[in-house]
Every structure is written in structure tokens, then in C-alpha cells.
Write a protein that binds this ligand. Structure first.
Ligand code: ZN
Length: 259
């Protein structure tokens, strides 16, 4: 699938397209800071400035995405502490999203694909680590989705606005029913707000497929975990955010599939 045509498209991309590709690892680096600090209410604006273990002040050359990590073989230059896979992982993921966006779309839209993909990447990763989908990320995503429709695709605005409303109401309803039946929370309020954001980007028409793809990928992940020997009982749960995010991005990229 990632064949010759895709390669040619990247090589022949205009400045905006190349800017998206070159920016991707730096955006990933920023998302890493966001994922680690936002849930604790720590400031994210300044980025990484010190080693988290020894407190040494980091210089520009310690902060080049991917490269710094490769050069020091994943260790702090000052204290030698292993830096782990988190930062290179999220930087690579951000780059991978940009490459997929290139495979699917042309220049101007690649930026929109990346914007949504990176945003959902941060949300999904926070949910995976902390079981949390912060309002400061989900609510603006609703607004940006509707603004995008108003600016670039006004004919879709009604569908996208109803998508936002329906997304929220649908998951809130499911959550209330689940709580009544099982006596515990199955879905967080964050999931409902994320589905509202999803509706604001893909529209009400595509929303059922977001839920379907999200649920199917969550089941597939649970299946893989079982195969890998992780025991899952009735009481176990997976955060739904990463799967909703994945489903939203896929439907944004490829549109709803014909049923
Ligand atoms: Zn250090």
C-alpha cells in the first residue's frame, strides 16, 4: 500500500506538505510534554527544560526529536539514566501519522489530517496512561472541528453540529444505562466529550461507524492482550479513548464506508 506513488507524492510535495513532515517529530516532542504534564496540571508551554532524573538543564542539542535520543542511545547525557521509549515513541507516532496523511491526501488537507491525528494521539495516549480525557483538549477539539466545517465545508456544518450533539448524548445515555444495570461506571464523561469532538469532525452520518470501528478495535486489542497472556475478566476494562480516537481519524481520512 505504501508504494511508489506514495513515495513520489512525498518527494514531489509542496512546501506546506514538507513543513508538515518536518514539523511532525517536533510536534510529537511537544505532545510528549503535554501527555506527561497536562494531567498533573504542570505547565506545558515551556517544553522540556531539565532532565527528569538529575535536573540537569537541557540544551537545544539534547532536544532534537529522535536524533538526540539516537545519539545518546536513549540515555541522559549528564546522569546516564535511561530515558525510556516514551519520547522517541510519541515522536515516531506523530511522524507516522503525517506519513499516513500523505498517503491518503493532498497538500492542503494533509495539515488538517495531521492536526486532527496529532490531537487525538495526545488524547488517546493520556487516556491510556491516566484514564483521563482532559476537557482542555476535548472541548476545543469540538470547536475546531465545527470551525473547520464552517470555513471549508459549510454544506456539512449541520451534519457536523448534530454529530457533536448526538455524540455527546449517545455516550452519556449509554453510560447512564450501564451504571443503572451494572452499578459501576463503564464509560467516563470524557468519552462522551471525545465522541462529541468526533461528531464535530466526521458528522452525524458517520458517527455510528466511529462507535463500531472503535468498539471493534477495542475488542481486537483485548483479543491480542489475551493471546499475549494478559488475563482479562468481567471487571477489567480498557480505556476507550484511544480506540475512539483511532476510529475518528480513520473515518475522517477515508469517509464512511458504504453499508
Ligand atoms: Zn539526567
Amino acid at each position: 500500500m505504501f508504494g511508489r506513488e506514495w513515495f513520489d507524492r512525498i518527494v514531489g510535495a509542496d512546501a506546506a506538505g514538507w513543513a508538515a513532515l518536518l514539523a511532525a517529530p517536533f510536534v510529537g516532542s511537544f505532545l510528549g510534554v503535554l501527555v506527561r504534564r497536562l494531567p498533573d496540571g504542570r505547565p506545558v508551554a515551556l517544553g522540556r527544560s531539565r532532565c527528569e532524573w538529575c535536573g540537569a538543564r537541557l540544551h537545544a542539542r539534547d532536544l532534537v526529536p529522535l536524533l538526540s535520543w539516537l545519539v545518546t542511545r536513549g540515555r541522559c547525557r549528564f546522569c546516564g539514566h535511561s530515558l525510556g521509549w516514551f519520547y522517541p515513541g510519541i515522536e515516531l507516532a506523530a511522524l507516522a501519522l503525517a506519513l499516513v496523511a500523505f498517503w491518503v491526501d493532498r497538500e492542503a488537507r494533509v495539515w488538517l489530517d495531521c492536526l486532527l491525528g496529532w490531537w487525538l494521539l495526545a488524547l488517546g495516549w493520556i487516556d491510556l496512561r491516566r484514564w483521563l480525557l482532559p476537557d482542555v483538549l476535548t472541548l476545543p477539539l469540538v470547536i475546531v472541528g465545527l470551525a473547520e466545517a464552517a470555513a471549508f465545508e459549510p454544506v456539512q456544518l449541520t451534519d457536523r453540529a448534530s454529530g457533536a450533539a448526538l455524540g455527546y448524548l449517545a455516550l452519556r445515555t449509554v453510560a447512564v444505562i450501564y451504571r443503572r444495570m451494572r452499578g459501576r461506571e463503564g464509560l467516563g464523561r470524557g468519552d462522551a466529550k471525545l465522541l462529541a469532538a468526533s461528531g464535530a469532525w466526521v458528522g452525524a452520518t458517520a458517527l455510528p461507524q466511529v462507535i463500531l470501528v472503535g468498539a471493534a478495535s477495542a475488542l481486537a486489542a483485548a483479543g491480542c492482550m489475551r493471546l499475549a497472556g494478559v488475563r482479562l475478566g468481567v471487571q477489567s476494562a480498557l480505556p476507550f479513548g484511544p480506540f475512539l480516537g483511532l476510529a475518528t481519524w480513520l473515518l475522517w481520512l477515508f469517509g464512511p464506508f458504504a453499508v
